[in-house]
Design a binder for this molecule. Structure first.
Ligand SMILES: NC(=O)c1ccc[n+]([C@@H]2O[C@H](COP(=O)([O-])OP(=O)(O)OC[C@H]3O[C@@H](n4cnc5c(N)ncnc54)[C@H](OP(=O)(O)O)[C@@H]3O)[C@@H](O)[C@H]2O)c1
Length: 258
């Protein structure tokens, strides 16, 4: 059996574009890919953090992007094409997260989350797919979340964006398959990153970003559609999704009180 973190050699990609790479899971995955010889363009808004990351490997180079801006995503993709050509792999890992339930549920907050987490993925797909479909190869990984499987307390503005991403990926996968471009939806549980630093509740089965990167690279390499980890959280959330609503809500009310 392949051990996570090992066997980084012979990845099926020569080039990659990782969006949301200035910290956390995106940065760790970019590092993992680059250390296995993949040429990676790393993108996000914070140029300093991207430059710091790029300084760790000659295989990394920087292109800033704001995923809420159509023109910025289009220009970033043009720059990516200049640097590495049509990428073999595109990973969308950008997101914002404000924890909370009804207390954080405002139109502005909900729309901002939708704009970055869902809209940014759509803008990325819109930018990259025509070229990828034209060459008829490569893969796209969209980072969603296990939260997208089932509505959870503390995720009133974040959870719906992740459910939307899963639905989008399920919807477009058959068409993409026909074009030769692989699509994966990546559903992590808790990972220790700047995003989860805000959580004041206990985070079961939390893992480190480099462990998340190992799961992602291994899943993408195997051509899995649903890359969900750690398995304990994935099984739990998939099971919760199947519960009849009276039992589901009894469980959620207990989570809310804890
Ligand atoms: N950590 C977890 O427990 C966990 C669990 C499930 C799913 N996820 C998902 O995993 C992905 C990565 O999250 P993470 O935990 O690694 O969080 P993170 O460290 O906060 O990374 C988020 C990334 O998104 C970028 N970003 C935010 N707004 C952007 C914008 N407008 N334009 C371009 N980039 C933008 C950030 O860069 P800049 O601020 O520099 O732009 C940063 O690189 C996200 O999709 C998240 O929802 C995380």
């Amino acid at each position: 059996m392949q051990r996570l973190g090992m066997s980084q050699d012979r990845l099926p990609w020569k080039t990659a574009w990782v969006i949301g790479a200035s910290s956390g899971i995106g940065a760790a995955t970019a590092k993992r890919l680059s250390s296995a010889g993949v040429k990676v363009v790393v993108s996000a808004r914070t140029e300093g953090a991207l430059e710091e990351l790029a300084a760790t490997s000659a295989n990394l180079c920087v292109q800033t992007v704001d995923v809420t801006d159509d023109a910025s995503v289009g220009a970033a993709f043009n720059a990516v094409m200049d640097k590495i050509g049509v990428p073999d792999l595109v990973l969308y890992s950008a997101a914002v997260y404000t924890p909370g339930g009804l207390s954080v549920l405002t139109g502005d907050e909900a729309m901002h989350h939708m704009d970055v987490n869902y809209g940014g993925a759509v803008r990325t797909l819109q930018a990259v797919l025509p070229s990828m479909m034209e060459v008829g190869r490569g893969g796209v990984g969209i980072v969603s979340s296990l939260t997208g499987y089932a509505g959870l307390p503390n995720a009133a503005v974040y959870g719906p964006t992740k459910a939307a991403l899963i639905s989008l990926c399920e919807t477009i996968k058959p068409e993409l398959d026909a074009s030769g471009v692989a699509l994966s939806v990546i559903n992590p549980g808790f990972v220790r990153t700047p995003l989860t630093e805000k959580n004041t509740f206990e985070m079961p089965f939390i893992i480190e970003p480099d462990q998340a990167a190992s799961h992602i690279v291994a899943g993408l390499r195997r051509g899995k559609f649903d890359i969900a980890f750690p398995w304990q959280m994935a099984v739990m959330l998939k099971f919760i999704r199947l519960l009849p609503y009276p039992i589901y809500f009894r469980f959620m009310k207990r989570l809310l009180r804890s």
